[in-house]
Write a protein that binds this ligand. Sequence first.
Ligand code: UD2
Ligand code: MN
Length: 584
Amino acid sequence: VIYLSRRARTLRLLGFAAIVLVIFYLLATYDKDSSNLSNFRLSKGLTKNGQSSDKASPQLVSTLGNFEPKELEDKDGPGEKGAPHHLQPSQQNDAAQSESDYGMNIACSDEISLDRTILDTRLEECKRWDYPTDLPTTSVIIVFHNEGWSVLLRTVHSVLNRTPKYILKEILLVDDFSDKENLKYELEKYIEQFDGTVRLIRNTQREGLIRTRSRGAVEAKGEVIVFLDAHCEVNTNWLPPLLAPIYKDRTTMTVPIIDGIDHKTFEYRPVYGEDRHFRGIFEWGMLYKENEVPERELRTRKHNSEPYNSPTHAGGLFAIDRKYFLEIGSYDPGLLVWGGENFELSFKIWQCGGSIKWVPCSRVGHVYRSFMPYNFGKLAQKKKGSLITINYKRVIETWFDEKYKRFFYTREPMARFLDMGDISKQLALKDRLGCKSFQWYMDNIAYDVLDKFPELPPNLHFGELRSVAVGKCLDTLGHGPPSLMAVQHCHGFGNNQLIRLNAKGQLGVGERCIEADAQGIKLAFCRLGTVDGPWIYDEDSHTIMHRVHKKCMALHPQTSHLSLMPCDVNNAFQQWLFKQLTPK
Ligand code: UD2
Ligand code: MN
């Protein structure tokens, strides 16, 4: 037994009290620390890393609000919680028919509630951010051409269900001259139930998605416009995090993280794992790519759920101040139907003083289709491929410096011959806005592009590669890598037969490379970050030798199989001729 004097007992009690106090204090500060996330004080002076982002009209925040839904719905039924929905075997015909009409299984979508629940795919942290309560009013613009009814309307319902009412000015549907009966005749009636919140306007001829979006921007009534494809489902509390950076700086465009919705089962799937962040870049043929966000950018943020800068975006889903979008000329009206507009807008915004941020706390699901179900209409009587390349050419001729234009023409050699129309208005706009060079953009914003897609050495040859023995051409058959190359009748259109040999020995077709292994001559993924290859073309003997294996590309006389064989300069089955192509 330990005897304690009265004094000792008092001391002990005091000690106890002190410990309790310390624990309380720790708990309290811990709590404060976690609510630090509500630190979204947009008042003037809030800066990240000392760089002021208040260049455009700082507004003082009166109040902050969290916007998280009070209770989460818990429903059961087909497709609820974003689960995959499988049709009965007897419905397979309908499924197949709608897959071929729409590029997605509308029969499956039709059985899923327009108000279905989906999984909240955000980082936990996202629930703890506060945003200004006086965010700008917003028009959500959805352009569509012949979309499936239930898919289009689920997009609308998801926005209505998951957006604070007083921020949502309207949902503006812009019909790009659809010819499906229900879209033509039943939509007006359907949207009456929304008392004017959902508005519908229609093009009187097919304009393509790019011009249709620009029209939507002109007609919209909100201060901010948000574009969505017509086959999306917005996730929990998706809008405030997109608006907050714009509220802070009206020259910021924001982009949600795009989750996947399966085109067969409508399963809602998070695109990336929890805490990895990606951003939009491009290769030199202007194919859109995503790259893990470099440390240099991640470091500029305090919390992992904060927005980060991105060189570009996929195109479909983003928010922007409406007047700012119109001030920078919306989209180049010379861009036709589909493609390249994402780059045009991105280069323009960055080079002319704005910024693009991807927002981890805003998630939106998008149905990636199995193929493009629509054609490009009368507007574009050219072939799809070349039309998109024409768009790219307009964009790079407007925004790239000479050096980078060369990379594009090396990767897409036929583009030199294409008629891009008049870009003088675009160049004048660039001048008027006092925009920076592409080199500035590459150095400061898109500094991760050259690591993945280095400077391209010039082509020694490009065109179709014809076998001297059989007069047929090397062809990918449209297969993806890895797959065997083949020979086919020479069609002269390029595409799958457009082969390039660069000064560093790389044989390329589009964004892919030609390599050789024991199975034969193959289409392969090019090694990221490299532009060299093993091939040596001998101008005299017309053989194509593999530098490492010291063997030559050969066609089997009977099977037409392509492989490496011991070189024999007199064998016509090892002789190949490059023939330059001009567009047809
Ligand atoms: C991507 C973008 C898309 C657009 C396109 C390039 C995403 C998720 N999607 O292809 O938004 O930027 O790249 O241009 O980033 N539409 C029309 N008129 C037309 C053709 C399409 O209104 O002539 C509509 C269509 O109904 C859809 C939207 O435009 O709502 C985008 O078309 P998409 O879904 O076929 O494009 P996608 O997702 O393949
Ligand atoms: Mn789409």
